[in-house]
Design a protein around this ligand. Structure first.
Ligand code: PAF
Length: 281
């Protein structure tokens, strides 16, 4: 495994890999890797000849007052995990390398970024789309792997790739959960013991939502209301949003028979967690 810090060197290595006719699988991450990331790496290894993982806490996708400074970082630990998992290249550039003085270009995916996390975190997806575009230009992957926990991100990236005619296949990979259902996330590190326990409310609410949808006895707004009440019964939980949408378009569904997503963002103490589940389709 080779660790690379500069864009120039990464491009040189990619050129060599391409000359050998090998396919490239790319796993973009912000580091502090967990089993969710490892499942993406595994999928990439099973799909492509050469696997590149980026580790970069991207400042442009954090809003003012968000957790950019506090975001957990441990590059040595991440490098060990990547090595163990058979990654070929880890690309870990500095902020200066990615956004040098005078940097002035951003990618903005419209409309689908006006809801959910896009609405609650203005500018977030502009930062994500920009950094992912830069990575795609540097790494030129045949396949790129994204977790379904960040479901809106996956949809935004798919839209961007389609609209901008990018030559990369986007692969969504299932959410990996702890034994008690909590979705794996680098941000789980922020939770103290009591908050960690309280955080299971997200998964429990999704299960409840799934069950209520299955009953076909309630309207979407009734289900949302019930879930709101349920989550609010946990004193440490503060709802950011609860939405039930069409899972493909993220539009308001006309019927409960569509492929649906229940998407949640809930603050447990100071930690904002997201989770979702897909139903039907
Ligand atoms: O999902 C993430 O970790 C980040 O949003 C990504 C895709 C690596 C871009 O910084």
């Amino acid at each position: 495994m080779k660790r690379i810090d500069t864009i120039l060197e990464m491009k040189k290595e990619i050129k060599k890999v391409k000359e050998q006719g090998k396919s490239i699988g790319f796993v973009p991450t912000m580091g502090f890797l967990h089993q969710g990331h490892e499942s993406l790496i595994k999928k990439a290894k099973g799909t492509c000849d050469c696997v590149v993982v980026s580790i970069f806490v991207n400042p442009t996708q954090f809003g003012p007052g968000e957790d950019y400074e506090d975001y957990p970082r441990d590059l040595d630990r991440d490098l060990n995990i990547c090595e163990k998992d058979g990654v070929d290249f880890v690309f870990a550039p500095s902020v200066k390398e990615m956004y040098p003085k005078g940097y002035n270009t951003f990618v903005n995916v419209e409309e689908i970024t006006d809801i959910l996390c896009g609405e609650k975190r203005p500018g977030h997806f502009r930062g994500v789309a920009t950094v992912v575009t830069k990575f795609f230009n540097i790494i030129k992957p045949d396949f790129a792997f994204f977790g379904e926990k960040d479901y809106q991100q996956l949809i935004v990236i798919k839209q961007m790739v389609k609209d901008l005619n990018m030559d990369v296949n986007i692969v969504g990979c299932p959410i990996i959960r702890e034994k008690d259902g909590l979705a794996k996330s680098s941000r789980n590190k922020y939770l103290n013991k009591e908050e960690r326990e309280a955080a299971t409310i997200l998964y429990k609410a999704l299960q409840k939502g799934k069950q209520l949808i299955g009953l076909k006895a309630y309207s979407i707004s009734e289900i949302k209301e019930r879930l709101e009440k349920y989550i609010s019964s946990e004193p440490k939980a503060k709802i950011d949003y609860i939405e039930i949408l069409n899972a493909d378009t993220l539009e308001i569904p006309k019927s409960l028979d569509e492929k649906l997503i229940i998407a949640l963002a809930v603050k447990i103490g100071k930690t904002r967690l997201i989770d979702n589940c897909i139903i039907g389709g």
